[in-house]
Design a protein around this ligand. Structure first.
Ligand SMILES: [Ca+2]
Length: 182
């Protein structure tokens, strides 16, 4: 990758996510975040993020990578080997924002994707236990970073997750996710 003009990478003080650029490594003793099941081989889940769910057969591995940042020094490398969806998520509690429109986005660079594989963003409503919005998905390799985006009202209760959702067999990088609620 070419060196990038970091002028493209201003810090957005309105971004509600913690560690959005994956620049802060996990401080957990095992190097992982709080995930109950961290995959095989184990993921180096980045600080403040959590992994889920179908990891018993290998599933998806999330590694902090120094090789391909969009901004800063690090990005998230996603290696999915399972047909079943797996997600890396961060929970937000925004009861004061219920009903206001949230906008979530992230940049994705897909290195390899087998037939049927895909990566996208969604919003999981922690009160209703369901997905309430999904971005378009990317199902093939990309020449450069592509922005994925969605908008949806903050659900009742205000508790939700931004999820990076993958299925099938693919290798991708994710950087600079954002959740904004004006
Ligand atoms: Ca980064």
């Amino acid at each position: 990758m070419q060196a990038r003009d970091m002028g493209m990478c201003p810090i957005d003080s309105q971004n509600l996510l913690q560690n959005p650029g994956f620049e802060t490594p996990s401080v957990e003793p095992d190097g992982n975040g709080k995930a109950v099941n961290t995959g095989s081989p184990a993921s180096s889940i980045p600080g403040k993020w959590d992994g889920c769910c179908n990891q018993s057969g290998g599933g998806t591995t999330w590694m902090v990578s120094l090789g391909t940042p969009r901004c800063g020094l690090r990005s998230l490398q996603v290696t999915s080997t399972s047909a079943t969806a797996n997600v890396l998520n961060q929970s937000l509690q925004l009861p004061s924002k219920v009903g206001k429109t949230l906008t979530a986005s992230a940049y994705v660079f897909v290195q390899q994707a087998s037939a049927g594989a895909k990566i996208g963003l969604d919003i999981w409503d922690l009160g209703a236990n369901k997905v309430i919005a999904s971005s378009p998905t990317i199902a093939q390799s990309t020449a450069d970073w592509q922005k994925l985006e969605l908008s949806v009202p903050v659900p009742s209760g205000g508790n939700f997750q931004l999820r990076i959702n993958t299925s099938g067999t693919l290798t991708a990088y994710v950087d600079d996710p954002s959740v904004l609620v004006p």
